[in-house]
Write a protein that binds this ligand. Structure first.
Ligand code: SF4
Ligand code: SF4
Length: 336
């Protein structure tokens, strides 16, 4: 169903290989906001090389947004996201974690989700579920003649646990993966969950929702040369070398502008810390998102913003009056 090749994840180096070149700073949203090297990969690597343990650099570990922009920037090919996640697992967990564990236990107690009726499934995640019209349009586009099934259990709790460095109980993980085993195609909106699904389901094609939708001819036709197309960075950077080609072709076909800079690394429009993801109601403000969205818009003459990830919509709406449309809603966009 998904007409594009998928590459296999490969092993990467660890912090011991950091040369201190500083290239990761150029793309890191946390460094751009704070100008504090200690909060960037360079600072974490140097601290660990000099004997620090996770607790010594807890603020740095927790502030990372896991956007993964630093990975393709790193000439030493260090697995910076996996290392941050590993360090998070070594920390005393934030206060919100018990409720996250309870959510996973509650989910594990539910009956196994039925196996999808087709060879493909969509895992929409929380943000897309909150926009049922967009979700329905995404499912219709991906399904072709009939809607692609939407998974009842999309692993949102597991995605959040991964982000927080909390171990997912084996029973819960098994319950989530069982209906997905053997499927040919899985489209997933959460870029961090995508990284793990590629390891958990090696026989399936796992694609980000953005990649799956932007591969469709009818979606590409609806893009305009005056659009700013905003790539979801977590999934893009997880498969950067191959996806550079996909998005080059998209830009060439549509003539649109992309949120790419500095060797075609995707600039994240949202810059959510772990606290903002775990406790969005009580966490500190989200000025970071505005800084990032302004950076992306700077010097670009565009008339519409098209996002792969609904979390990015609010960031652009705060800093611009341009219409912001999700990829799945392009055909129904009334701004023509
Ligand atoms: S994943 Fe993103 S926020 Fe975290 S260190 Fe890398 S660039 Fe910075
Ligand atoms: S880009 Fe890589 S090698 Fe260079 S400072 Fe950052 S983590 Fe170290």
């Amino acid at each position: 169903m998904f007409g594009f090749p998928i590459s296999t994840p490969r092993p990467r180096k660890d912090y011991a290989s950091c040369s201190g070149c500083g290239l990761c700073l150029l793309v890191c949203p946390v460094w751009r906001r704070s100008r504090d090297i200690g909060l960037a990969p360079l600072g974490r690597a140097k601290a660990l090389q000099h004997g620090a343990v996770a607790a010594d650099i807890a603020e740095s570990i927790q502030s990372c947004t896991l956007c993964a922009a630093c990975e393709p920037a790193c000439p030493e090919d260090i697995g910076l996201v996996a290392m941050t996640l590993d360090l998070r697992r070594q920390l005393i967990q934030p206060a919100a974690v018990p409720s996250l564990r309870a959510r996973m236990d509650e989910q594990a107690a539910r009956p196994l989700a039925p196996r999808p009726s087709s060879s493909a499934v969509l895992l929409p995640g929380q943000a897309l579920r909150e926009h049922p019209g967009t979700l329905a349009r995404a499912a219709a586009l991906l399904g072709g003649m009939s809607n692609i099934p939407i998974a009842d259990d999309d692993g949102s709790d597991i995605a959040l646990a991964l982000e927080a460095g909390v171990e997912t109980p084996a029973q819960r993980l098994q319950q989530f993966l069982q209906p997905l085993r053997g499927l040919k195609n899985v489209a997933v909106a959460d870029g961090l969950l995508l990284r793990h699904l590629r390891q958990w389901l090696p026989g399936s094609k796992i694609a980000s929702l953005g990649l799956a939708l932007s591969s469709l001819a009818q979606v590409r036709r609806a893009l305009r040369a005056s659009d700013l197309y905003v790539i979801e960075p977590r999934a893009y950077h997880a498969d950067y070398q191959r996806l550079v080609k996909h998005y080059d072709a998209l830009r060439s076909d549509a003539g649109c502008t992309l949120n790419l800079d500095l060797q075609r690394i995707a600039i994240p429009a949202s810059a959510r810390s772990l606290a903002q993801r775990l406790e969005p109601e009580t966490a500190a403000d989200i000025r970071d998102d505005s800084v990032q969205a302004r950076w992306i818009l700077q010097g670009r003459n565009v008339e519409r913003i098209v996002v792969e990830n609904l979390e990015d919509s609010a960031a652009f709406e705060r800093v611009s009056k341009l219409p912001v449309v999700h990829l799945a809603d392009l055909a129904d966009d009334g701004t023509s």
